[in-house]
Design a protein around this ligand. Structure first.
Ligand code: SF4
Length: 303
């Protein structure tokens, strides 16, 4: 009898490492909060906008799409602050995608960078046991942002948004497991080594809409900010991985996948209460603390 496969991904393992109970709610019970944090919406809308840019859509079309996406968000659970945040997001994203185009996209075009993959979905790649090189029951899935060829060499391009980009943010990239995973599986796919990673970050501006300021005036103020301080807000960092680091990653991946499998088999998902407030209040806090009617705040994920 063939062994049942176990599907894993970077986000699954990352959530599992953060808190086993969080993992259960998210991936086994398939519950998602009805109110999504604005930080998540900002990141995912911007991500789609950058993808559209490289697919050849005009900046006007992308800005219109950003507007429509934000207008279509269900605001039934929003308070005034959430509505203000969303309004801020709409203007910042409209300005940021324009600045991104100038800083990165137009430069890539000038340098004739060849796009090998764009938002390519890689499904169910067999994970090898690093101790004996054999295929295991674990299947890894991921979507990398871009793979490009520069002067004959492959480079992985990732784009992110962040509120702060200090030394700790940059230093962490040297062992970031998402990057390592993409490098390992893409090198296997192309049977060639990847020269390095081009990591592009949009730092979210801290300026807000002033009292009595129109959205247009705020938009112009953002355009000026991105134009005058381009390097502070549109950051590019290039780095490469050592073979030792990739070897360590493979061992980590193997151990974590096995641990996840054990927890699922035992149906045991211990809480990690030191994670509850680590990045703001955990989205499952009400459920976890069994607050009355807490289930009303969640819905089943659409498949
Ligand atoms: S509230 Fe805390 S213990 Fe519960 S799922 Fe979230 S992080 Fe885990």
């Amino acid at each position: 009898m063939t062994e049942k496969t176990v599907k894993i991904s970077h986000s699954k393992l990352s959530d599992f490492n953060k808190c086993k109970r969080f993992y259960k709610y998210r991936y086994l019970d398939e519950l998602i909060p009805k109110k999504t944090k604005s930080a998540l919406q900002f990141g995912s809308i911007f991500h789609e906008a950058v993808e559209a840019l490289y697919k050849g859509f005009s900046i006007e079309t992308i800005q219109e799409k950003i507007k429509q996406t934000i207008e279509s968000i269900d605001k039934s659970f929003f308070d005034q602050k959430d509505c203000d945040d969303l309004e801020w997001c709409a203007v910042v994203l409209k300005s940021a995608i324009q600045a991104w185009k100038k800083r990165f996209y137009d430069e890539d075009k000038k340098q004739n960078i060849e796009i090998v993959e764009l938002e390519q979905k890689h499904s169910k790649i067999p994970v090898k046991n690093p101790l004996n090189g054999r295929r295991s029951k674990f299947r890894f899935s991921f979507i990398s942002d871009m793979l490009v060829r520069i002067n004959g060499n492959l480079w992985l391009v990732e784009y992110k948004t962040a509120s702060q980009v200090g030394n700790s943010y940059i230093n962490r990239l040297d062992i970031d497991s998402q990057i390592s995973a993409y490098l390992v599986f893409l090198e296997e796919k192309y049977k060639e080594s990847i020269e390095g990673v081009i990591y592009r970050i949009l730092k979210k501006p801290s300026i807000r809409i002033r009292k009595n300021e129109t959205k247009n005036a705020f938009y112009e103020r953002l355009n000026a900010l991105f134009g005058n301080e381009t390097d502070n807000y549109l950051i590019e960092y290039r780095f490469s991985r050592t073979n030792e680091e990739l070897r360590d990653f493979k061992l980590d991946l193997w151990e974590q996948a096995n641990y996840l499998d054990q927890c699922e088999k035992k149906k045991m998902f211990p809480r990690n209460t030191s994670s509850c407030m680590q990045f703001g209040t955990c989205s499952y806090f009400y459920l976890c603390t069994k607050k009355i009617n807490s289930e009303l705040f969640y819905e089943k994920m659409k498949s």
